[in-house]
Design a protein. Structure first.
Length: 172
C-alpha cells in the first residue's frame, strides 16, 4: 500500500504517530509533504501537541528537506542531521615583521547549518528546473557523502516524456 499526501498537515491527526509506527511492518509506504514543522504543530494542537508532532516526525525514517524559510523547521532539520566535532583554526597577525599568534580548538557543530536550507535551489526556469535538497535517512550510509546518513543532491524537475513533451512528439 502507498499513502501519498501533499499538504499532509491538513490530514494528520492525533492518531498519525501510532499509524506511522506500525505502517512499515504492514508494508505501507508513507509519503507526507508539508512546507514546514509549524503546519503540523497547528494541526495537532499547537504547543500542547508538540510531543505528538515530534513522535510523528520521529517515526518517519526518510526525510527530504528542500529550500525553506521557516527558522524552526530549518533548526529541526539541522538538529536531525546531527553534529560532529569540528576543528577550528585561528590566526591573529600584526604588521610587525610577520609576527602573529595562532591556535585551534575543537567543538561540536552542526554538519548542516540551519541557514543552508534557505539557500537551496527552488527549481523553476530561473535555475534551469534544477532543485536542491538534502536527504536524510535513519541508518543509511551514503557512499557519495563519506558514509553519512545524509547527502545533498540536485535533481531535474522536468522529465522528458513525462512532465515535458519529448522532442518531435505530437504537441496536441
Amino acid at each position: 500500500m502507498f499513502w501519498f499526501v501533499d499538504e499532509a498537515h491538513e490530514l494528520v491527526s492525533n492518531y498519525t504517530p501510532e499509524f506511522l509506527a506500525t505502517a512499515r511492518s504492514s508494508r505501507v509506504a508513507s509519503v507526507l509533504i508539508s512546507q514546514n514543522k509549524p503546519n503540523y504543530l497547528a494541526a495537532m494542537g499547537g504547543e500542547a501537541g508538540r510531543p505528538r508532532v515530534d513522535a510523528f516526525l520521529g517515526n518517519t525514517g526518510t526525510k527530504i528537506f528542500y529550500a525553506n524559510g521557516d527558522p524552526e523547521t530549518n533548526r529541526w532539520a539541522s538538529d536531525t542531521i546531527s553534529e560532529a566535532i569540528q576543528t577550528r583554526a585561528n590566526w591573529h597577525g600584526s604588521g610587525e615583521a610577520g609576527q602573529g599568534r595562532g591556535g585551534g580548538s575543537e567543538a561540536p557543530g552542526h554538519k548542516v547549518l540551519a541557514s543552508e536550507f534557505t539557500a537551496l535551489k527552488k527549481g523553476g526556469p530561473q535555475t534551469g528546473f534544477m532543485t536542491d535538497c538534502i536527504v536524510y535517512q535513519t541508518g543509511a550510509s551514503f557512499a557519495a557523502n563519506g558514509g553519512e546518513p545524509w547527502m545533498r543532491t540536485t535533481f531535474r524537475q522536468q522529465i522528458p516524456g513525462v512532465t515535458i513533451p519529448e522532442r518531435g512528439a505530437d504537441k496536441r
